[in-house]
Design a binder for this molecule. Structure first.
Ligand code: SF4
Length: 236
């Protein structure tokens, strides 16, 4: 849990990191969240987590609550129940997901959120599996579902030098996002190496060893590509 998050949705937020992820993104800086039964996890019922949230209610009244991970939709029933509790107390709810879980429960959990922070890893089908560990089918289907139910979306895209930091690939993502009118904002996230130490402590090889963080110039280039394709969307 993080009681004063400022990067996962609007305003100051209570952020809950849910354990478990079926993806294996090469750039992931949270490999400690992959294991559903991570050694530092805490078990909460939705009501118990809500009791934690209430301690910070005065601070997050204009922000809200975010569930992130890992992939929170691995625990979709929990997320749905928790969001209903938050909304009953007037708190804004955001779900950070890559949409890789395509189940009825996952769709209900997304429908229960006020805002989806949707991670688009790549729109290149031939790259998606080697880059993230899973095929792209569900991720794409999930974003179409969010469009169908009219759910506000902030799209997020990590730009990795040598992989997604190519103008043709950035342009392809931007063109893909154009079809979704529910997208209110695009967040361009530059690759960084701050998670590398976690791989070492978990005894895992770091897949992007030697790849430099994204430069400010290339980040500005990526933002310009998205802004040109999506002139009515906030790009940051
Ligand atoms: S979806 Fe998120 S938590 Fe899962 S591997 Fe990718 S970056 Fe890491």
């Amino acid at each position: 849990m993080e009681s004063m998050g400022t990067v996962d949705g609007p305003g100051i937020r209570f952020v809950a990191f849910l354990q478990g992820c079926p993806m294996r993104c090469l750039f992931c800086h949270n490999p400690d969240t992959w294991d559903v039964k991570g050694e530092h996890q805490f078990d909460f019922t939705p009501e118990q987590l809500m009791a934690e949230v209430r301690k910070y209610k005065n601070f997050i009244r204009r922000g809200g609550v975010t569930c992130t991970g890992g992939e929170p939709l691995l625990q979709a029933e929990f997320v749905e129940a928790f969001f209903h509790l938050c909304r009953a107390e007037g708190l804004h709810t955001a779900l950070d997901t890559a949409g890789t879980i395509w189940t009825e429960a996952a769709r209900r959990a997304a429908a229960a959120a006020d805002l989806i922070l949707f991670d688009v890893k790549t729109v290149d089908d031939s790259l998606h599996k080697s880059y993230t560990g899973v095929e792209r089918t569900h991720n794409d289907r999930f974003l179409h579902y969010l469009q169908d139910i009219g759910k506000p979306v902030w799209a997020r895209h990590v730009v990795v030098p040598g992989i997604t930091d190519r103008d043709d690939r950035l342009e392809a993502v931007a063109q893909y996002l154009k079809q979704f009118s529910v997208i209110e904002r695009v967040e361009v996230l530059g690759y960084h190496t701050m998670g590398e130490y976690k791989y070492e402590s978990l005894g895992l090889p770091y897949p992007l060893h030697g790849v430099e963080p994204l430069s400010p110039e290339r980040k500005a280039n990526a933002k310009a590509i998205f802004q040109a394709a999506l002139p009515n969307v906030v790009v940051q």
